[in-house]
Every structure is written in structure tokens, then in C-alpha cells.
Design a protein around this ligand. Structure first.
Ligand code: C5P
Length: 399
């Protein structure tokens, strides 16, 4: 979502400026082009040089130091950017923006900004709660500025309150949501996509279960990538991993629960991506009390529903089914068999016998198999990139 975007990054004065350095680096790491401007008071906390070195671009502070005669710098940055991000936004600059003041480089550039603006207010709790600040927040929110809610927590003043600069992960997640809501004509707009993730847990008794090594990382990455392309995503997950707040998430434990949750959502779904490692078997009986130690123990298992196979018999011609094949041998031939047996449109085959890919790893290497095309291998790369490729395949398929 952030990749390739031009972001004008405005820094205003407050102790959280040092945290804004990290946010700016994260935006660059995610592929954004970033230009920084600071208020003079922001420069009291961290020097412009820090931002300059890390962004590898000059940082604007002074409205009147126009080095390039062919442009007016504060108008140029406003026109250049796709989005403006203000982090941290001080009570002072917030008040100026709410009242249309343009008394330094940052406020002048922001007054000249016709692009969407995202702001991260951070200040003392009493300043934040002051009715004047709240009125200014309302004024800006009614216009074109999206303001995050600050965290409640330990402040620089040594006490706890509302006004704390939020964690980077929360800022990125809300920024992605903001960018997506400002984009039009995304390819999966209006399409419902169900993604399953994680290894199911099959209970033996209240404290014991059988499961597998699946972490849920691949499924969660697919949910995020589908969302970025405009889909309404339903993530049915057996993984305890955190999920961005904008993804509608249904937490399940067993294969049976996953089956029920997927069927409930299936009728109006355009696609189902079964990335979950669903346990094939479940204990025949589940003890209601913790089992006592015995000399030996035999457990009997019964077969779980095969969710993908079941969907394969129910799906309409318009619905797309994507399955995964986690194998330790004969990857492609087993995957081809799955494509046929389960009536899937795509099988993503991955080798789970190596520690640098597949289960639990941050990276994967997969082979895509369809009924019509030659197998295509996506060599070892981050799961988010693999997810992006799979979603691109889905977009082409739906088209
Ligand atoms: O048959 P196998 O388990 O190897 O097939 C893997 C694919 O089938 C995966 O997409 C997995 O999510 C799905 N599956 C399922 N229900 C099961 C077992 C696997 O939907 N009980």
C-alpha cells in the first residue's frame, strides 16, 4: 500500500520527534519516496541533518531559503506528494492548521496541500483534552485531515494520560487503511475473499491438543494483500498472530469450527484461499476432564471434513478456489492430484521439509499449478511478496 507512494513527511515540535525518525525510515523501507519538512521547534529535538542523512534528501525548514529558483519550495512539496503525513503533530501546529495559518514552511506547505493529509497528534494529556484542542481536532477532521487517536500511556512528564505518540505498528496499520480509503478503482473492489490460516488444534482433553507447525504467516499475508487490492476480506484463522484491525477476523480452533465459519461466509464469496494447515484427523472423543496418567494410552482418531474438497463440490463457475499443498516429497505430482481431486482453480505447492521456507518461516518458495498453465515457480522470497503474486493471479483469474 505504501510502496511507490510519494509522501511529504512533516515533523513538528514535541519530544516524540525522535520516534518520527523511525517512522520515516519504515516508510522508506516499505518503498515510499519521502521528502521531509520540519518546523523550527522540531529541529530543537532532532536536527534536520538526522532526517536528511536517513532520507538522503535535503530537509526543508526555512520558507525563505529558496535554493532552486525554478520552484517555490513549499508549494512544490505540496504538489509533488501523493499524501502528506504529519508526525508528530503538536498542539501548536494543530491549532495553526485548524485556523489556516501559514507562518512557517510546514504550515505554509500544508495550507497549500490539496492531497489527503494524515496526522499523528502527540502532546501532553491536558493539552490534548483542552476543549480548544478538541475543537481544533473536530475542525480538521471535518475537512480533509485524518487524525489518529493518540495512545493512552506514560508521558514524558512522568505521568500517564492520553496524548502519547502511538506505536509504529499502529501508525503504519492506520496509514495503510487511510491510503486504501483514498484510492479508487482497486481491482478487487466489491469482491469478498475468504482466507484461512494457521494450523488447526484438535482437542484431546481441556488442556491437550494435536496440531502442526503452521504459523499462519502465509495466510495472514494473503489476507493483507487481498485487502490492499480492495477486497472485503474475511480471515478465518487458527493462528494466534496479530491481525491489522482493518481485516475482519474470525478466530477458530478446530477444523470443524473452521469448516462452519467458511461455509457461513461462502455463498457470496468471489474466492476462498485455503492457506490453513487443516488437521486431517481429530480425536474420536474429547475428554471433558484432564486425562489421568496411565501405563499406556491409545487414542482413536476420526477424519475431519476436507473443507477445500467440500467447497469444490459446492462452488459456482464464478467462484475461485485456491488450495495449498504442503509436501515433503514429490511436490508437483501430489499438487496436481490435489488440483483434480479438490476441484481447485489454483494449488500453491510448497516444500515443508526445509527450515528456511514453508511452515513458520518468514519466507517461502512455491510452485503455482493450474488446470491450464505450465507450473510456475516463485523462488525463495518474503511471504508478503509470495502473497502479492498469488493475489495478482487471482485478479487476472477474476477478470
Ligand atoms: O489434502 P491436503 O491436506 O494435502 O490438502 C491441502 C489443502 O486442502 C490446503 O489448502 C488445506 O487448507 C486444505 N484442507 C482442507 N481441509 C482439510 C485438509 C486440508 O480444506 N481437512
Amino acid at each position: 500500500m505504501i510502496k511507490g507512494k510519494k509522501i511529504a513527511f512533516y515533523v513538528t515540535g514535541g519530544i516524540a520527534v525522535y520516534k518520527a525518525v523511525d517512522l520515516m525510515r519504515e516508510l522508506i523501507k516499505r518503498g515510499a519516496e519521502v521528502r521531509v519538512a520540519m518546523t523550527p521547534s522540531a529541529g530543537q529535538f532532532v536536527t534536520p541533518l538526522t532526517f536528511q542523512v536517513l532520507s538522503r534528501r535535503s530537509v526543508s525548514v526555512d520558507t525563505f531559503s529558496e535554493e532552486d529558483p525554478s520552484v517555490v519550495n513549499h508549494i512544490n512539496i505540496a504538489d509533488w506528494a501523493d499524501y502528506a503525513v504529519i508526525a508528530p503533530l503538536s498542539a501548536n501546529t494543530l491549532a495553526k492548521l485548524a485556523n489556516g495559518l501559514a507562518d512557517n514552511f510546514v504550515t505554509s506547505a500544508l495550507l497549500a496541500t490539496a492531497k489527503p493529509i494524515f496526522a499523528v497528534p502527540a502532546m501532553n494529556a491536558n493539552m490534548y483534552r483542552n476543549p480548544i484542542t478538541q475543537e481544533n481536532i473536530r475542525k480538521l477532521a471535518e475537512r480533509r485531515v485524518t487524525l489518529m487517536k493518540p495512545d493512552i500511556g506514560f508521558l514524558a512528564e512522568g505521568y500517564s494520560g492520553e496524548g502519547r505518540y502511538p506505536e509504529k505498528e499502529r501508525i503504519i496499520s492506520e496509514l495503510e487503511l487511510f491510503i486504501r480509503s483514498n484510492q479508487t478503482e482497486l481491482p478487487l473492489e466489491g469482491e469478498k475473499v475468504i482466507v484461512t490460516a494457521g494450523g488447526t488444534r484438535e482437542r484431546i482433553d481441556p488442556v491437550r491438543y494435536i496440531t502442526n507447525d503452521s504459523s499462519g504467516k502465509m495466510g495472514h499475508a494473503l489476507a493483507v494483500e487481498a485487502w490492499k487490492q480492495g477486497a472485503e476480506v474475511i480471515l478465518v484463522t487458527a493462528s494466534p498472530l496479530a491481525v491489522p484491525s482493518y481485516i475482519h477476523t474470525i478466530r477458530v480452533e478446530s477444523a470443524q469450527q473452521m469448516h462452519e465459519a467458511v461455509l457461513e461466509e461462502f455463498n457470496d464469496a468471489a474466492a476462498v484461499i485455503m492457506a490453513a494447515a487443516v488437521s486431517d484427523y481429530t480425536p474420536e472423543t474429547r475428554e471433558t476432564q484432564k486425562m489421568k496418567k496411565k501405563e499406556d494410552l491409545t487414542l482413536r482418531f476420526k477424519k475431519n471434513p476436507d473443507i477445500l474438497k467440500d467447497l469444490g463440490t459446492k462452488k459456482t463457475a464464478e467462484q475461485c478456489l485456491i488450495g495449498f499443498a504442503a509436501e515433503t516429497e514429490e511436490l508437483v505430482s501430489y499438487a496436481k492430484q490435489k488440483l483434480r481431486d479438490k476441484h481447485a482453480d489454483l494449488i500453491v505447492a510448497n516444500d515443508v521439509s526445509q527450515s528456511d521456507r514453508g511452515f513458520n518461516s518468514d519466507q517461502n518458495e512455491v510452485t503455482l499449478l493450474t488446470k491450464t498453465d505450465n507450473p510456475r515457480t516463485l523462488t525463495l522470497r518474503d511471504k508478503s511478496e509470495i502473497a502479492g503474486e498469488i493475489i495478482s493471479w487471482l485478479i487476472n483469474y477474476i477478470d
